[in-house]
Ligand binder design. Structure first.
Ligand code: MG
Length: 215
């Protein structure tokens, strides 16, 4: 799938996701604060651009939204240090890490892989990216998640346990960064279920408003 960065577009590559990156969300799931960033991946086929409807999955019942800031990598390589990691980020957008919570509740205690609950088709709606340079302070991006126009999540990148630069650096230690890689950076508290007919919206006054319908 093509992703848009201002007026440019590039082909999406890997979709990295970070779990448990906001303390209030860890609390609501009764999880432990991780020592290192929790990294998982979704296939490129999980991505959903704006204007495409999301079909309610058929392999579970408890379909949850998680509103997240998403980074777009614009440069190939491995940053030499955490400080240099942001040089590899081209843009920021918002998206949803859609999750089958009932499937996750089955997999997690057994220590089974997360793909079935996180990496299924259409599990990663993503908006247009804004050039990083246009954002005033990457460490203070306020954003909202809405269901049918009602605010259900309110986050700020300042609340992240691991900052953007730490996340990019940690990922780069195992995977050389490639242009078109995306990084979903975790969700704040307020996650919850959606049903057919719902409209989910991710919004930030700095980045934009992106919306998808569940059918
Ligand atoms: Mg998430």
């Amino acid at each position: 799938m093509k992703v848009y960065l201002g007026k440019k577009s590039l082909e999406a590559r890997r979709v990295f996701c970070i779990g448990r990156n906001y303390a209030d969300h860890i609390k609501e799931l009764s999880d432990q604060v991780p020592e290192k960033p929790v990294i998982f991946m979704k296939p490129e086929t999980s991505l959903v651009p704006e204007g495409v409807e999301v079909s309610f999955p058929t392999h579970g019942k408890d379909f949850h939204y998680e509103t997240e800031l998403v980074l777009l990598i614009g440069r190939e390589g491995k940053p030499a240090s955490v400080k240099k990691a942001l040089d590899y980020v081209a843009g920021v957008s918002l998206g949803f890490d859609l999750t089958m919570r009932d499937v996750q509740r089955y997999l997690l205690p057994k220590g089974l892989p997360w793909e079935l609950c996180k990496a299924f088709d259409q599990s990663a709606p993503v908006g247009k990216f804004l050039e990083k340079e246009k954002i005033k302070d990457l460490n203070k991006i306020e954003f909202f998640g809405k269901v049918n126009g009602k605010v259900v999540q309110h986050g700020n990148s300042s609340q992240m346990i691991n900052s953007f630069e730490t996340l990019v650096f940690e990922i780069s230690q195992a995977w050389k960064l490639l242009p078109g890689d995306l990084i979903y950076t975790g969700t704040p508290s307020g996650i919850g279920p959606v049903t057919r007919g719902d409209q989910i919206t991710a919004e930030s006054s700095e980045i934009g408003v992106f919306s998808w319908k569940i059918i």
